[in-house]
Unconditional design. Sequence first.
Length: 89
Amino acid sequence: MAHYVISIRSSRSPADAFSYMADLRNFAHWDPGVRRVSQIVGVGGGDGATFDVVVHSLRGELTLRYVTTQHDEPRLVVVEARSRMLTSI
């Protein structure tokens, strides 16, 4: 299974950086493969927040529905998307 981890220095405070990353509406600002994001449930990040993330794929665009499964501010946020061909955590 592929595993991708990256660390980036930021001038944001840890709390602000956590809130920014937990809100998947920001994905398109920093991930060039993301075309657009729509929030389906909730407002911003948090338990149960759900987002449709449209990404570029070899066959055009693919929509992945991400659900926040764990949210322990400011230490941990876990979002999951599952399709027939892909699991992204």
